[in-house]
Design a protein around this ligand. Structure first.
Ligand code: ANZ
Ligand code: ZN
Length: 804
């Protein structure tokens, strides 16, 4: 029979919910906020969800359980823990859903947040709900807008005409990071290239620091590598190839100047201005012009990939001269060369470059093996290039933070004065995208038409909004300053002047206390999006003195993907989605938490096994039943005392195992090896079941060890064994090293460094006893056989080596 998890989980959730989860409220004060806490702080952060209509995914549950275990563990170890939760509620997911369901996004968000909150609480996550934030709250996005204005004032936010990725279905511009394989990351439509006037953030100004500071971060190497590749710093040289019989020349950026003699042709990007300048020389202009209009619809990243299908046209009548060996080589146009990287032109060396080789093979161009030109010949200045592009920051959509800029024909772009922040998103009936360069906000004349803050003349508001990443760029700071975001539940009202506020010593102190985030848990899909953007804004905030750390997230842990039972990525269309609500209903929150942690290493991808969760429920049932039997045991304690020596031996064995388990679980939690920690708890349970003489001390310890993983059942057991407190701040168990040490060890015997025998001795055996014992062994004697022992090397509990 399963234990009544429903009753137990409801009961404790009610207790925790009392007083608005005050239990988990992290104090800003450096001193302890409860008698159990020390001044050590730990900021344990989850990637906050988009409150989508689908509700929580088992993938959320995985990461959130991991961080919850860690947060609970640290509280029991005396840390002042900040473990907050909030809502990343602006942006396409909420808006697309709203349009589909014909419900206003504001209402969609409200309903979804309610549902997510219920789900998170049903799983027993220990969040500091008093610091809950919502990126769509005007008092929250006031700060987002303020940060934008600071960027604007320092020239790091600028408006420019730029080729952009346009999603015809979402009817908006997308950032490079939001396009994968030429498709919109959100809806999968093929992205088009368009030229539009856009707000752009100068993230490239931080390229060097974003790269260099990766070194100091305790992040998974693959995420760091993804960021390195995305920033894509490369050092090379600029080389000029004159065009035969013309005043023009082709400048190229190359990382391999030494391969210049192997250059057998050149390639210009189809968009390269030189192509137009050479029009009169090009004999097959029609072919070239056709190619130019065909090319360039794909994203930059793809065009540069090795796997990209190569196409191109030779510019007949144009020849370039290799400046090193004076040879004439043909010139082509092809979209595998990007217009906006390096100089937009390359010397192609098919012998040494994979992309060039593919192109040469396809178009039967020569592949020459030529000696390399020594590096010393390439003095002059190295040229640094980055693949990172400035961040296209405007969206032609309704559901986002309005960009706080006023456009005046006389004065140009003017910042909205700080006292007028937030620029609230007006309430509109029609929020569907216009399909043009303007957002639906452009249609609201009352909102759009304003006075210029500089000259007082007629002006218009910027109608584009910020991308969904804006609010998540600084939300980890939002939790820290949640008290200053007035419309948050239970917060005081009052207009805050942000520029003044960030200078306030108390405000600074609390930021200083909590930042950086000590542990950040989330999916790897954010590697070059959110995690790069947030680092950029954080560095900017550091530069203007708003924060005192150079990096926002000290340690990052990625949870692996949870796949469907079929081993495929979970998706509605495949019908392999596991719903956490159903799992909680059938098996209980503790079983779900435990199962997701037991599936395998946290960072691995792993398929859902429907029998797996049943096994974990059975484990918890056994824990519960073992507790049932101990009542009887307590009654016969007197009799137990009279039991034989053999019995007390067994008791000390279980005690040893208990201490071993404390050590193992402690170290595994510290290293995020939750699956092996759970195995250790299972092994301990197996042994406990064989041992009828357990005392209540055992259960008290066991419930503490299990608590971070399965808080409801553990709290119940603790309570049954007389614990009056909540386990959250009970001190974490410590182990006794002397009990863990093995009582017997295998001693290796060597003669002249060669192993000749092994035998079991009691641990701690001294050298002279070990020598005597070793020499009495036949095998050892055989190898020494009367020779003189010159030296004995002895490593306690390990080996003894006779040198003869
Ligand atoms: C000759 C050569 C020989 C090259 C060789 C590479 C290897 P990274 O490291 O990514 O910076 N390149 C330069 N500009 C380009 C553009 N706009 N579009 C596409 N490719 C471009 O790559 C620099 C190399 O990529 C450059 O060095 C150039 O090819 C190519 F064995 O020049 B190389
Ligand atoms: Zn003006």
């Amino acid at each position: 029979m399963n234990y009544n998890f429903k009753k137990i989980e409801k009961k404790w959730q009610k207790v925790w919910a009392k007083e608005k989860y005050k239990l988990w409220h992290a104090s800003d004060r450096k001193t302890a906020n409860s008698e159990h806490q020390t001044s050590n702080k730990a900021y344990v952060l989850d990637m906050f969800p988009y409150p989508s209509g689908e509700g929580l995914h088992v993938g959320h549950v995985e990461g959130y359980t991991a961080s919850d275990i860690y947060a609970r563990f640290l509280r029991m170890n005396g840390y002042n823990v900040l473990h907050p939760m909030g809502w990343d509620a602006f942006g396409l997911p909420a808006e697309n859903y709203a349009i589909k369901k014909k419900i206003h996004p504001r209402l969609v968000v409200k309903n979804n947040v309610k549902n997510f909150t219920r789900q998170l609480n049903s799983l027993g996550f220990s969040y500091d709900w008093q610091r809950e934030i919502n990126t769509t709250d005007p008092e929250y996005y006031k700060w987002t807008q303020w940060i934008f204005l600071q960027l604007f004032k320092r020239g790091l936010a600028y408006e420019a005409e730029a080729p952009v990725n346009w999603c015809p279905s979402c009817k908006t511009v997308l950032a490079n990071e939001e396009v994968s394989e030429g498709a919109c990351e959100r809806c999968g439509s093929q992205v088009e290239r368009k030229k539009l006037k856009q707000w752009i953030l100068k993230i490239t100004a931080y390229a060097d620091r974003l790269l260099a500071d990766l070194e100091g971060l305790d992040w998974p190497e693959r995420v760091k590598e993804m960021q390195r590749n995305w920033i894509g710093r490369s050092e090379g040289r600029l080389i000029e190839f004159p065009i035969f019989n013309s005043e023009f020349s082709i400048k190229v950026f190359t990382t391999r100047p030494d391969t210049i003699d192997g250059a057998t042709y050149m390639v210009l990007a189809p968009e390269h201005p030189l192509v137009q300048s050479l029009k009169n020389k090009i004999k097959n202009w029609k072919d070239a012009a056709d190619y130019i209009s065909f090319a360039g619809s794909r994203s930059e990243r793809e065009r540069m990939a090795d796997t990209y299908e190569k196409t191109g046209v030779e510019l007949k009548g144009v020849e370039a001269i290799n400046p090193h060996n004076r040879q004439k080589i043909p010139v082509w146009i092809s979209d595998y060369v990007l217009a906006h990287y390096g100089t937009g032109a390359i010397m192609a060396v098919p012998r040494h470059d994979e992309r060039d080789r593919q192109f040469a093979e396809k178009f039967h161009l020569p592949i020459k093996d030529r000696p390399l030109v020594p590096k010393e010949k390439w003095v002059g200045k190295p040229e640094i290039n980055y693949k990172l592009r400035d961040w296209i920051f405007s969206r032609q959509r309704y559901w986002g933070e309005p960009i706080p800029i006023i456009k005046c024909e006389k004065c140009g772009n003017q910042p909205v004065p700080e006292e007028d922040l937030p620029v609230e998103l007006p309430k509109v009936k029609n929020y569907e995208p216009t399909g043009g360069a303007e957002s639906p906000l452009a249609g609201i004349k009352k909102w759009v038409n304003v006075k210029c803050p500089k000259c007082g003349g007629p002006a218009k508001r910027e109608t584009n909004t910020m991308p969904q990443w804006a609010g998540s760029n600084w939300y980890y700071i939002g939790y820290v300053i949640a008290e200053n975001l007035k419309s948050m539940p239970g917060r005081q009202a009052g207009k805050i002047q942000i520029s003044k506020q960030i200078q306030n010593p108390k405000f600074k102190e609390s930021l200083n206390h909590w930042l950086p985030v000590d542990l950040y848990v989330g999916g790897v899909e954010h590697a070059v999006l959110h995690l790069l953007y947030a680092r950029f804004w954080h560095k900017f905030l550091y530069d203007i003195g708003a924060v005192l750390t150079k990096e926002p997230f000290k340690k990052l842990v990625n949870q692996g993907l949870i796949l469907g039972p079929d081993g495929q990525k979970m998706s509605k269309s495949r019908g392999n989605v596991v719903n956490p609500d159903e799992m909680v209903e059938k098996f209980g929150a503790d079983s779900l938490r435990l199962y997701e942690m037991f599936m395998g290493p946290l960072e691995d991808a792993k398929p859902w096994d429907p029998r797996g969760i049943v096994g974990l429920q059975r484990f918890l049932t056994r824990v519960y039943n073992l507790v049932r039997t101990v009542g009887n045991v307590r009654d016969v304690q007197a009799e137990q005392a009279k039991r034989s020596n053999k019995r007390s031996d067994r008791t000390s064995n279980i005690e040893r195992l208990l201490h071993k388990t404390v050590k193992k679980v402690t170290e595994d939690i510290q290293n995020f090896r939750f699956n092996t920690a759970i195995s250790a708890l299972m092994i301990l349970l197996n042994e406990a079941e064989k041992n009828p003489s357990l005392n209540s001390k055992f259960y008290i310890l066991y419930s503490k060890l299990l608590f971070p993983f399965a808080p409801h059942l553990s709290q119940e057991i603790w309570h049954e064994f007389g614990g009056k407190t909540l386990l959250d701040y009970e001190p974490w168990p410590v182990w006794d090293d002397s009990l863990i040490k093995k009582s017997e060890v295998d001693l290796v015997i060597q003669v002249n460094g060669k192993m000749r025998d092994v035998f079991t001795v009691s641990s701690g055996l001294d050298q002279s006893s070990a020598e005597k014992l070793a020499l009495s062994r036949e095998l050892v004697n055989k190898w020494i056989s009367g020779q003189k022992v010159k030296k004995v090397i002895f490593v306690k509990d390990r080996l003894i080596n006779f040198i003869v």
